[in-house]
Design a binder for this molecule. Structure first.
Ligand code: PGA
Length: 225
């Protein structure tokens, strides 16, 4: 079964979260998760879909202002977390090492993990895609509860999607390095979801912008069935 995750980023407070989940008509035959902002996690839990956070810290508790721990998320009923999103890596200085630590702590606490990898446009143009993926994937632990999302940074929020062939190729590279399911992310929309999701190495999608409206998110989920 394919997995489709909606990454809402810093959109939707609690009221909009409830409204979205009331309106969404999730199809059967696909695993669907939503990833609201921290402030909206509590109201999202218990409304029919698994709820993941967008990040998680490696310590159980401590002097880490602004961070949230895996046990805290578990206490809320949150089932998983995204780790290492390119926005975290680029805007908040996350490294392969902090990604590794966050993954390990989340898995240890019983959370499922979607860990993101992907090259920037400059890295792709310099022919470094393979090396970047190898380096990023090497930092990721093997675990049944972990999936990788391949998100080429140049495709996130830009409307530029990887071609299905290019996604397939990158997913094959990742699967050679890591025995896991691999989701594709980067400008997935209802119009391109089916061609991406029918690639044999594409096990699902991590969707940003197009996950914010119940109808477009449901359409992508249907394309995954
Ligand atoms: P996008 O974001 O679908 O808006 O490109 C994907 C992501 O950042 O996970």
């Amino acid at each position: 079964m394919k997995l489709v995750a909606g990454n809402w980023k810093m959109f939707k407070g609690p009221a909009e979260t409830v409204a979205f989940l009331d309106e969404l008509e999730p199809p059967a035959g696909v695993e669907i998760v939503v990833c609201p902002a921290f402030a909206s996690l509590a109201v999202a839990v218990g409304r029919g879909l698994p709820v993941y956070a967008q990040n998680v810290h490696w310590a159980e508790q401590g002097a880490f202002t602004g961070e949230v721990s895996a046990p805290m998320l578990r206490e809320l009923g949150v089932e998983g977390a995204i780790v290492g999103h390119s926005e975290r890596r680029q805007l908040f200085a996350e490294t392969d090492e902090t990604v590794r630590m966050r993954c390990a702590a989340a898995l240890e606490a019983g959370l499922r993990v979607i860990v993101c990898v992907g090259e920037t446009e400059a890295e792709r143009e310099a022919g470094e895609t393979d090396a970047v993926l190898r380096r990023q994937v090497a930092a990721i632990p093997q675990h049944d509860a972990l999936v990788i999302a391949y998100e080429p940074v140049w495709a996130i929020g830009t409307g530029k999607t990887a071609t299905p062939e290019l996604a397939q190729q990158a997913h094959e590279t990742i699967k050679e390095l890591h025995d896991t399911r691999v989701l594709y992310g980067g400008s997935v929309k209802p119009e391109n979801a089916a061609e991406l999701l029918t690639q044999p190495a594409v096990d699902g999608a991590l969707v940003g912008g197009a996950s914010l409206e119940p109808e477009s998110f449901a359409a992508i989920c249907r394309a995954a069935t």
